[in-house]
Design a protein around this ligand. Structure first.
Ligand SMILES: Cc1cc2nc3c(=O)[nH]c(=O)nc-3n(C[C@H](O)[C@H](O)[C@H](O)COP(=O)(O)O)c2cc1C
Length: 205
């Protein structure tokens, strides 16, 4: 059975993003082997002075680390390994300030490791993840499906680029406008659930 890693950041009580995640989990419980990473409980380490320099020393300098140093990188390495072990990655979050929530960006910073998920080449870069697929589930308050607001959605191009960088193509299911259209919340979420169902049938058939 294919393995799916579901990475969630849904801190709000009664989160609409969580409703979509729950639908995905419920629909696919017998279709795939699922592991869940809840970023609100297991929060990636921000890259700060100590871990960033160890990371550069190891991943770019090729220098082996002492056990104690390896421990400092342990949490982000664990998250990287989860991605390497998965066939499918589902990443779910609400848009925050036109982009990814900082916690989700920290997860990206943790799994984007030279020599592990990408390598730099003379012509640019090469993603090292092969035969994986990702689904990005996002919800937003405003309706970013139409201009002029559409161009202000920095979250979707950013996360597409990040996954592309490590070699993973993305599908996107986005529930736009949950605050802009309060009377339509139910139908917007139902539409997203239908999209989740259709994609799941393709992925796990
Ligand atoms: C800190 C914060 C920042 C937000 N920034 C945006 C934003 O830039 N654009 C937008 O459309 N909605 C924004 N929202 C609204 C959420 O993206 C939207 O309500 C989303 O559906 C919430 O998902 P949830 O129900 O899973 O918490 C923001 C919400 C919060 C709490």
């Amino acid at each position: 059975m294919k393995k799916t890693l579901v990475v969630t950041y849904t801190p709000r009580i009664d989160s609409n993003t969580k409703k979509l995640v729950d639908y995905f989990l419920d629909y696919n419980q017998d279709n795939t082997n699922i592991k869940i990473l809840d970023l609100t409980e297991t929060t990636p380490d921000l890259l700060l002075q100590e871990n960033l320099n160890l990371f550069l020393k190891r991943n770019y300098g090729g220098i082996a680390l002492e056990d104690e140093e390896v421990r400092i990188l342990e949490k982000n390495d664990f998250m990287l390994q989860q991605v390497l072990d998965a066939d499918y990655v589902v990443l779910a979050y609400p848009m925050y300030n036109f982009s990814l929530p900082a916690t989700v960006k920290a997860w990206i910073d943790g799994i984007t490791q030279a020599g592990k998920t990408f390598k730099l080449t003379e012509t640019g870069y090469k993603g090292l993840c092969e035969n994986k697929k990702a689904l990005v589930l996002m919800t937003t308050g405003s309706d970013f499906s139409v201009e002029p607001v559409k161009s202000m959605n920095y979250a979707t191009p950013l996360i597409s680029q990040q996954f592309d960088f490590i070699g993973i193509p993305t599908e996107h299911i986005t529930a736009f406008g949950l605050q802009q259209y309060p009377e339509k919340v139910f139908s917007i979420l139902e539409d997203s659930k239908q999209e989740i169902k259709s994609l799941s049938d393709i992925w796990y058939s």
